[in-house]
Design a protein around this ligand. Structure first.
Ligand code: PGA
Length: 253
């Protein structure tokens, strides 16, 4: 059976003290109420990683970063490498998020470079893709997602694909309060799995977790998660409130 995952993407929120306090409360919650089926991952900012790793060390919650450099090391002022992230104890990194694609002009080629570097540094990648509203309205959403898959991921080996979690995040649903309907999510998740199957075979496609992201909250999570190709969620806004985040994790049980 596929791994079910709920990952919290904090984005650029919380200072050091607030963040570590929040990590502590999430750690405590899941130690007391471990999720039976879902892997819970927190993705705070870079400044939180080392401290969060210490807090989460003996707990039930995994840790990830939200980005990494496309270079391995050296004179790249302001950058943080995949290997540095790994050295904090984090296991995951989010790549290809639409906010990185849009605001920082990251294209498929760059995201692919980061993905390979992250995997080669021992991280697992939460690889985000999804179409803009205009692309969906024009009926191009499958084409866009196909391109993001092919150019961002499909030069990986089958072994490297084992380190990938895909997050389908329709851009029009991120932080907007609009969500894809469970049917729209299922349709795209199945499309993604079918493409992976064509390229890597059935075993790889069957194992691949495909998460949904975009205004996922306690009131809509269980309906979206009930779809056969939806294996959990990448949660932005609602991951900043313990009760909401916990309720979303529980929606997977
Ligand atoms: P949201 O963000 O849940 O706030 O819509 C999801 C994401 O960007 O990963």
């Amino acid at each position: 059976m596929r791994k079910k995952i709920v990952a919290g993407n904090w984005k650029m929120n919380m200072d050091l003290a607030e963040g570590l306090k929040f990590v502590g409360s999430i750690d405590k919650y899941f130690k007391e109420k471990p999720s039976k089926r879902a892997l819970v991952i927190l993705c705070p900012t870079f400044i939180h990683l080392a401290g969060a790793s210490e807090i989460l060390k003996h707990g039930k919650v995994a840790l990830g970063a939200q980005n990494c450099s496309s270079e391995a090391s050296g004179a790249y002022t302001g950058e943080v490498s995949a290997w540095m992230i790994k050295s904090t104890g984090a296991e995951y990194v989010i790549l290809g998020h639409s906010e990185r694609r849009t605001y920082y002009h990251e294209d498929d080629k760059l995201i692919n470079k980061k993905t390979l570097l992250a995997i080669n540094s021992g991280l697992k990648v939460i690889f985000c893709l999804g179409e803009q509203l205009t692309e969906r309205e024009a009926g191009n959403h499958f084409l866009i997602v196909k391109r993001q898959l092919e150019e961002g991921l499909f030069n990986l080996t089958e072994e490297q694909m084992d380190k990938i979690v895909i997050a389908y995040e329709p851009v029009w649903a991120i932080g907007t309060g609009l969500t894809a309907t469970p049917e729209q999510a299922q349709e795209m998740h199945k499309f993604i799995r079918d493409k992976v199957k064509e390229k890597y075979g059935n075993d790889c496609a069957k194992k691949l977790p495909v998460l949904y992201g975009g205004s996922c909250k306690p009131s809509n999570a269980s309906e979206i998660f009930s779809k056969p190709d939806v294996d959990g969620g990448l949660i932005g806004g609602a991951s900043l409130k313990k009760e909401d985040f916990a309720a979303i994790v529980e929606a997977l049980l």
